[in-house]
Design a protein around this ligand. Structure first.
Ligand code: ADE
Length: 261
């Protein structure tokens, strides 16, 4: 039997949507969290809520690796769009992740993780490729996914999938001044969130594949706090469920072989 994959959600609503699809989940309590062990689309999985922020993400990843021996970690959640054209309702699949609030300069270059000599952590290319493919399929019919009313409510028209740099920090970016500063300092950053790069660093340390996909819930500007809670329920949790389900359904079952990860 193959090792499980970990599905990590940032929000309760996303996790409960996934758990509702797991026929056999069992709860294991560790580090003050509930880890749900079971199957989704025939694949052994561990699903967990990371909680919010980089430390919470790092603890969650470490427990997944040490205690549950997962063979890969996929993070699903929301992010604020930074790059022009990364709009509410779009999906960003990370190819690289960086901590935008890490700065030990002048001793080390800004953003570099001290003593690691690196600032950017690479997401697993095969998983990111597979997630990009399923995201493009899932977003091709947004009305079927979230309903016409939610599309109108959140101003979503033709949602797109982007691939590139995702930046993380222990701040909800909710002023236009801060998002402009991030765009200036990190011009290739597509979106900002609060966990991904921390989890990517832990996975790098353990040599285990990591990937992240984020639904854009806001533009990280003065309006960012808007309808956040409703967006998570009505849009992001449906995207997460559809994307994770489609990705898992396309994975070879234990014992089968395929070039796909
Ligand atoms: N997650 C969703 N939107 C965000 C934002 N604006 N800043 C940080 N994390 C986020």
């Amino acid at each position: 039997m193959s090792a499980p994959v970990a599905i990590v959600a940032a929000m309760h609503e996303e996790l409960s949507a996934l758990l509702a699809q797991m026929p056999d989940e069992q709860r294991v309590r560790a580090a003050g969290r509930d880890f749900w062990i079971g199957h989704l689309h025939g694949q052994p999985v561990v699903a967990v809520l990371s909680r919010i922020g980089k430390v919470a993400a790092a603890v969650t990843a470490t427990v997944l690796l040490e205690r549950f021996g997962v063979r890969a970690i996929v993070f699903t959640g929301v992010a604020g769009g930074l790059a022009p054209g990364v709009n509410v309702g779009d999906v960003v699949v990370a190819s690289e992740l960086l901590q935008h609030d890490l700065d030990a300069s002048p001793i080390f270059p800004k953003y570099e993780v001290p003593l690691m000599g690196m600032a950017r952590f690479t997401a697993d290319a095969a998983i990111a490729d597979a997630l990009s493919v399923v995201a493009t399929q899932v977003l091709s019919d947004p009305a079927a996914l979230i309903g016409r009313q939610a599309l109108d409510e959140f101003g979503i028209e033709a949602p797109r999938v982007h691939r590139g740099l995702l930046v993380s920090g222990d701040r909800f970016v909710s002023t236009t001044a801060e998002s402009e500063a991030l765009r200036r300092d990190l011009p290739d950053a597509l979106a900002v969130e609060m966990e991904g790069a921390a989890m990517a660093q832990v996975c790098h340390d353990y040599g285990v594949p990591f990937a992240a996909m984020r639904t854009i819930s806001d533009r990280a500007d003065d309006a960012a706090h808007g309808d956040f809670a409703r967006f998570v329920v009505e849009v992001a949790s449906r995207y997460s469920l559809a994307l994770v389900s489609a990705w898992l359904a396309a994975l070879p079952l234990s014992g089968e072989t395929s070039a796909a990860t």
